[in-house]
Design a binder for this molecule. Structure first.
Ligand SMILES: [Zn+2]
Length: 562
């Protein structure tokens, strides 16, 4: 029987031919219906989302199963990011990733704890070999959680190819109910050439969307001249989720010819930051809405963009009539069209927008150094996509350097001369970005070198110097000094630093390092008594917590346990 079976499946494989994604290879990592709070390649802060966010019914601790046989080739635990994450490599070359986990299965948990105790660290990354942690298809490997940068219980699930490029897991046949059409929210027209104008203005224009009965949209006709581009705000909704997800495909057609297509099926991590070039970054920063530009600008090397004629740019000449159409699609082929008529009209009767100008300039493909007072900013060549006028000034230790409306590919460095501070105080200084509505100070990774304070950042904006003289606070949550804790399964402390933030911590019992898991969202440190470090009767706990400028606090307590 067996050879026949093999022949049969090979035949099926050949018949599918064009589809490179095996449909039965990977099973769902959860045993609940798949409802997504995040879709593949949806637009996130500075990146495309690299997997699916699967809802876990507002709970943690759901069983997570290996999607196929293979072996655990990577375990990574970090305070932020993916939190507790597991990577399983499969014989077909793909890797599945399971992130924000609460904990691992007992076998994997024991393996990683051995390494954590060996290296005396909670944050860890290990790469087991093929023989250490083999898994079978459908094996329980972990429990879902909310660790790392996760903002609510869910499983982040990825499929990567053998070059570490994430692919849309829904291409592999995972079932998500979706009969709902994707939706347009807004349409914008961008003048791109010097002489371009739209509706007699040289500013970006928001166009009026007119919904049609069949779910498609018409756009109020425009007049235009020169080189222009179109941007859309659009997203998809799945049947069982109230939230909005990303699209699978966008295609634009200019006078019958496809001139731009983006397909959200696979990308690589080294291009994901070009999201900031693909969207209108400045608009997003000011209006909190992501416009997807259906034209390609300098430096946007996204491999997601498939077919481009004239970089998606429309050339409109006088006294012409053109038709521009957009089709957005989800992965289940639900689609929605948009159609726009453009009348070519050359006119000199144009409303012009005043652009900010100054005598200082940032040239994208050159190193730039700007300074004022005691602050110097160095911008390496290739940091920005475009040149722009610098709005740069320093007033009593506060640096104003434009608004955060130009996306950056690299970091710039900000150097403060702090020789006007007493030498004893300099150790407690850090550079903070004043951000958000209330212009609150946020710690920026800062180093002190002599009388210079240096920070690197990927954001334009307002920066200042802050002194942090207050060490972190440490307080017990579920125990008190000199008391018995025999019934507890874990020991919990609260740690907090209101200024520069917590940098590191170290906890011991009777002089032996203990693994305390740090949850920065709950501000807790947790020790699991199953780790077996404590001794019968008296135990001496010592916890040292250090903030980002080096202030540290020590907490000591004695507890009894039998
Ligand atoms: Zn995710």
């Amino acid at each position: 029987m067996k050879p026949l079976f093999v022949a049969f499946f090979t035949l099926v494989g050949i018949c599918w031919g064009q589809d490179p994604y095996p449909k039965d290879y990977f099973t769902s990592p959860l045993d609940i219906p798949l409802i997504l709070s995040g879709s593949f390649a949806e637009l996130r802060a500075n990146h495309f989302h690299s997997g699916l966010d699967i809802k876990t019914q507002q709970r943690q601790g759901l069983n997570v199963y290996a999607s196929a046989e293979g072996f655990v080739n990577r375990i990574k635990i970090s305070h932020g990011g993916y939190g507790k994450a597991l990577y399983v490599t499969h014989p077909n070359g793909y890797t599945t990733v399971y992130a924000h986990l609460q904990k691992f299965s007992p076998r994997i948990e024991a393996y990683i704890k051995q390494h954590q105790y060996g290296q005396e660290t909670f944050e860890i990354e290990v790469f087991p070999g093929a023989v250490e942690l083999p898994v079978t298809k459908g094996e329980l490997i972990a429990y879902s959680g909310n660790t790392g940068g996760s903002e609510g219980p869910h499983l982040h699930y990825e499929i990567r190819d053998n070059e570490e490029r994430p692919l849309n897991p829904l291409l592999f046949g995972l079932d998500v109910k979706d009969t709902t059409k994707p939706q347009y929210k807004a349409v914008y027209a961008y003048p791109l050439s010097e002489d371009a104008h739209i509706n007699k203005s040289d500013a970006v224009q928001k166009l009026r969307l007119i919904p049609l009965k069949n779910g498609d949209f018409q756009v109020e006709p425009i007049s235009a001249y020169g080189k222009i581009g179109i941007g859309i705000v659009a997203n998809d909704k799945q049947d069982l989720a109230y939230n909005q997800n990303g699209l699978f495909n966008i295609r634009s057609i200019f006078n019958g010819v496809t001139n731009f297509e983006i397909n959200f099926s696979r990308f690589s991590f080294d291009e994901t930051m070009h999201l900031n070039r693909y969207i209108d970054y400045g608009f997003y920063k000011t209006e909190k809405e992501r416009i997807q530009k259906l034209f390609v600008e300098k430096g946007n090397n996204l491999s997601l963009i498939k077919e481009v004629v004239d970089a998606g740019v429309l050339t409109i000449t006088d006294s012409t009539s053109s038709v521009y159409k957009v089709r957005i699609k989800d992965i289940h082929d639900n689609d929605s069209w948009l159609s726009l008529t453009i009348k070519g009209l050359k006119t000199s009767d144009i409303k012009k927008v005043e652009e900010f100008e100054s005598d200082r300039y940032v040239t994208a493909d050159q190193n730039t150094t700007l300074s004022d007072g005691n602050v110097t900013v160095f911008i390496p060549s290739g940091t920005f996509y475009d040149d722009f006028y610098a709005d740069f000034k320093v007033k009593s230790d506060t640096l104003f350097f434009n608004e955060d409306v130009h996306p950056m590919l690299k970091s710039m460095s900000i150097t403060y001369d702090v020789s006007h501070y007493a030498e004893a105080d300099r150790n407690q200084l850090y550079i903070a970005e004043l951000a958000g509505y209330y212009k609150r100070p946020y710690y920026t990774n800062t180093k002190l070198q002599g009388n210079k304070l240096i920070a690197t950042t990927k954001y334009l904006g307002t920066y200042t110097i802050v002194q942090d003289a207050v060490p972190p606070s440490i307080s017990p949550l579920n125990f008190s000094n000199n008391k018995w804790v025999s019934t507890l399964s874990e020991l919990q402390l609260k740690i907090e630093d209101k200024e520069s933030g917590i940098s590191n911590y170290r906890a011991t019992v009777n002089g032996k390092w203990i693994l305390m898991e740090y949850d920065y969202k709950k501000k807790t440190l947790t020790y699991d008594f199953n780790d077996g470090i404590t001794t019968d009767t008296e135990n001496k706990l010592k916890v040292i917590v250090t903030d980002n400028v080096g202030n540290s606090s020590t907490f000591e307590a004695t507890f009894f346990r039998k």
